[in-house]
Design a protein around this ligand. Structure first.
Ligand code: FAD
Length: 444
């Protein structure tokens, strides 16, 4: 049994480990075109910010550790073709330049996403970056050594994490966002404004409704960002405008690509081509609230999909349960989290949804560390079925209570179910009636 895995980060390495555990006799080989495997890309902004000492600290398992477990790891090996009829792949070894055709019994495509680089960002100018992997992070670190002014293009969670990081390193930071507010894909408008207020309150300049047209440069290095509202000077520009799933190999294998643009799979992570699996950021999943196919590329999803694929490729039986659209981030002191649907997403889907907004304190109101917390709880108007929640708080850890709602969404819980929950209480953690219970009470 030869199990071949393309891509050696979250989905690929989870799959490799699981496949090996499921069937220790299997020949498991991972091909990774880059130089690193098995690392936490989510930690990249925190290395740049100094909360994590080095990029090496993000690595969970080295190639040698994986090899010691019997997993073959081929770094700087790019898979350039798949012949699903013959059950072979074509691999280019970038060290030697040689190309080879290798057989597989089961193939996992775990190729992730690529950062979108609009036309204006396709430049040879130094100081212009995206952030997807460790080499990107190292390149940004090198650019930051002499930089004083940074422009971050894109007000999504990665852009906003970086805004804090670069500001705290002493750079003046401007975030340019083409939409009307930051965190636009994650939160409803009122909650987006709270995020923006936190950034502006800390000295980050936010320019929404602003489109980048081109870059300016001198001596081979970027000097500014030309927008439809004028020039912003910059020594470093980080482009964080979104990602595109890497579906080229899946397409070459003949696998169906879904309407989301990511690879379509069943609950066993099987593509439409026999023996070919797909997992991670390049792959669709099912949203448990809407039952629709979605592409929400996040870390836990990638690890879980990889695990499911690994078990199945090695002869076991595992299924991926779907997602509920949970995500969370911090910028400065503020944490923002959401799960399920926002009110605007529910409206766009034609659901008859109603929301309640509650502002309270995250800890008991009299407790020294208490900060305001804002919660929007959204439910189906007639049935009371919970649809989603958004939380924002200036004690960033406090928004992690979003997971209570995520758990209820998995079980298609109702507002009354939330209200009846026996949530923990002590003054340093919450009020006696936690803000989520207050929200449920108001929405019942
Ligand atoms: P990837 O990590 O993209 O790995 C795919 C690998 O496949 C790459 O190493 C690539 O080189 C390799 N590859 C591609 N094509 C080929 C080929 N043809 N041949 C050989 N190898 C190939 N998620 C969260 O849930 N929470 C967070 O806070 C969070 N923060 C993030 C912050 C940043 C800056 C970034 C970049 C991501 C963040 N994420 C976060 C997302 C999370 O990191 C991803 O969901 C996760 O890494 C996806 O893993 P993956 O294995 O699917 O893909």
């Amino acid at each position: 049994m030869r199990i071949v895995i393309v891509g050696g980060v979250a989905a690929g390495m989870s799959a490799a480990s699981r496949a090996m555990r499921q069937n220790p006799e299997a020949d498991v080989v991972v091909y990774e075109r880059g130089e690193y495997i098995s690392y936490g890309a989510c930690g990249l902004p925190y290395v740049l910010g100094g909360d994590v000492d080095s990029f090496g600290d993000l690595i969970a398992r080295t190639p040698d550790q994986m090899r010691a477990r019997g997993i073959g790891v081929r770094l700087r090996h790019e898979v350039t073709g798949v012949d699903a009829g013959a059950s072979t792949i074509t691999v280019v070894d970038h060290a030697s330049g040689r190309s080879a055709v290798e057989p597989y019994d089961k193939l996992l495509i775990a190729t992730g996403v690529s950062a979108i680089r609009p036309d204006w960002a396709q430049t040879e100018l130094g100081g212009v970056h995206v952030l997807r992997d460790i080499p990107d992070g190292q390149a940004i670190e090198a650019s930051l050594q002499k930089a004083k002014r940074a422009v971050i293009v894109g007000g999504g969670y990665i852009g906003l994490e970086l805004a804090e990081t670069l500001h705290c390193r002493g750079l003046s930071v401007v975030v340019v966002e083409k939409g009307p507010e930051v965190a636009g894909r994650m939160l409803d408008r009122d909650y987006q404004r709270r995020v923006r207020a936190e950034l502006e309150g800390n000295g980050v300049e936010i320019r929404c409704g602003t489109t980048v047209e081109s870059l300016t440069g001198k001596g081979g290095h970027v000097t500014g960002v030309q927008t439809d509202h004028g020039l912003i000077r910059a020594d470093v520009v980080i482009v964080a405008v979104g990602v595109r799933p890497n579906v080229g190999l899946a397409r070459a294998a003949g696998a169906r690509i879904g309407k989301t643009g990511a690879v379509a799979v069943n609950i066993r992570q099987e593509t439409s081509v026999e023996g070919v699996y797909s997992a991670g950021d390049n792959t669709e999943s099912t949203h448990r609230v809407t039952r629709r196919r979605v592409h929400i590329p996040l870390g836990l999803t990638a690890n879980r999909m990889g695990r499911v694929a690994g078990v199945n490729m090695a002869g076991g039986d595992a299924t991926f349960p779907g997602v509920v659209g949970s995500s969370i981030f911090k910028t400065f002191a503020l944490g923002a989290a959401r799960t399920g649907l926002t009110q605007s997403e529910a409206d766009a889907l034609g659901l008859k949804a109603v929301s309640v907004d509650v502002s309270s304190t995250d800890h008991a109101g009299y407790y020294a560390t208490a900060k305001p917390i804002y919660v929007r709880l959204t439910a189906e108007r007639v049935t009371g079925r919970l649809l989603g929640a958004q939380l924002v708080c200036n004690n960033h850890e406090s928004v992690k209570r979003v997971d209570v709602i995520a758990a209820l969404l998995h079980g298609r819980g109702k507002v009354q179910d939330l209200f009846e929950m026996d949530l923990s209480y002590a003054p340093p953690f919450s009020g006696v009636w936690d803000v989520l219970l207050v929200a449920a009470d108001r929405l019942s």
